[in-house]
Design a protein around this ligand. Sequence first.
Ligand code: ADP
Length: 195
Amino acid sequence: MNLILFGPPGAGKGTQARVLTEGYGWPQLSTGDMLRAAIAAGTDLGKRCKAIMDAGDLVPDDIVVGIIAERYDQPDCKAGAVFDGFPRTPPQALALDDMLAQRGQKIDLVIELKVDDAILLSRVEQRIKEAGGVARADDTPETLKNRLAVYYKNTAPLLKFYSDQGKLVQVDGMVAIEKVTAAIAALISEAKAHA
Ligand code: ADP
């Protein structure tokens, strides 16, 4: 199965993607993680993206589409993948559909994690407290505000794109992590039963 975990920054997409990878074996394809790895490795691509990411803005579509296509062609994605933080713009969503179609695949399910803005902000503050400082340059209350604005402007419109395709389901992302996981598992079972 190919799934998209959808939701604002800090909604818990990464946490749930890792659980899905453990439970079902579908690798987590996080463009944020891949870009941070490129920055850490000091590649040209990483250098191009660092300032953009630190500001909480979006890196160019062609960059993320390229790294996703390369990653998806690894053999561990044969049975599917969990897309986390991608797609984030309409052109990325179209490119993803094309890329999958070329490989005889498709997106099966888009799971939106719903979390209120105030809770997202309190999660960032909590992470800073626990880490004893800012662990990720873009994980500050100020940058979160920009990341949220970018999410509502560029990414949230994709909800209609996927609901029009009949693929969108919603999960309350404000309950305990295990409860979110259970809700997602139920939706996956249901989607499998109808596949
Ligand atoms: P979060 O979901 O917590 O905002 P991510 O780790 O998914 O964080 O992304 C961090 C940053 O990486 C984004 O703010 C953006 O700058 C960049 N990024 C990640 N994925 C994409 C994408 N699909 N398109 C454009 N930029 C992206």
